[in-house]
Ligand binder design. Structure first.
Ligand code: C5P
Length: 230
């Protein structure tokens, strides 16, 4: 299932169209794909999405859908003409919701499910009365996604290997919370370096601020690419 030669997807988290397009243009030679999330999509709309997609890179549309099964299925169908390579839903929306999303995609988009946000740790989950901690909960949600016919999950690099072992080598693991050695953690709590994440079973590395907030985004993306080739 891992068909992305370069596993790095750069997260274009900005509400400014010109900045999004400039970043996409700058980083495109050194990344395997682009991630368009809520901030960019809600601010720039389908038109902005299409302009970014003109780079020709695969797009991960990170809208984290979470609604009634029928509504999520409708949303997947409404987004299908944009042809994202990957679209995601929240695993916590439940098995029926994930099944509806997978069915609505008709094999044309890889639907993946968010397990546990990498900004959350065990204490945050305990505060929500979720037992077992982040790792156990992520595995629980990944199993449910697999059973629902979902193509993979968004998870922490710390769980990617265990998820692959349980759900199969072809079950896509998309991993945010990546920080090159020496860079700031920002609001991410469970971080790993790009190389450590790949070694830990991550198929796709979602990397935002270490690239987009760098003085030289193209250079930062290239350095990450080189660190993976080493
Ligand atoms: O800037 P940074 O590298 O932290 O960006 C990570 C990206 O991954 C953000 O766009 C964020 O929305 C996304 N993400 C995440 N944790 C998840 C799912 C997505 O950080 N579980």
């Amino acid at each position: 299932m891992t068909t992305f030669d370069n596993p790095v997807f750069c997260a274009l988290d900005t509400a400014e169209r010109a900045r999004a397009l400039e970043l996409a243009r700058q980083v495109s030679p050194a990344v395997g794909g682009l991630k368009i999330g809520m901030e960019a999509f809600y601010a720039l709309g389908r038109d902005g999405y299409e302009a970014i997609a003109e780079t020709g890179l695969p797009i991960f549309l990170d809208l984290k859908l979470h609604e009634l099964p029928n509504t999520v299925a409708g949303a997947v169908r409404a987004l299908a003409p944009l042809s994202p390579a990957i679209l995601n839903v929240q695993a916590s929306g439940g098995q029926a919701m994930m099944e509806a999303a997978a069915e609505a995609a008709e094999g044309r988009i890889r639907i993946i499910a968010v397990t546990v946000l990498t900004s959350l740790d065990d204490a945050d989950l305990a505060a929500q009365a979720i037992s077992g901690g982040a790792r156990e909960h992520a595995l629980r949600l990944a199993r449910s996604a697999r059973e629902a016919g979902i193509d993979g999950v968004v998870c922490s690099a710390h769980e990617a290997c265990a998820i692959k072992a349980e759900c199969g080598a072809d079950f896509l693991t998309v991993v945010p919370g990546i920080r090159p050695a020496g860079s700031a953690g920002d609001d991410q709590k469970r971080v790993l370096t790009p190389a450590a994440a790949r070694a830990g079973g991550a198929d796709i590395l979602v990397i935002g601020r270490p690239i987009t907030a760098a003085a030289d985004p193209a250079g930062a993306a290239q350095d990450i690419q080189l660190s993976l080739a080493a």
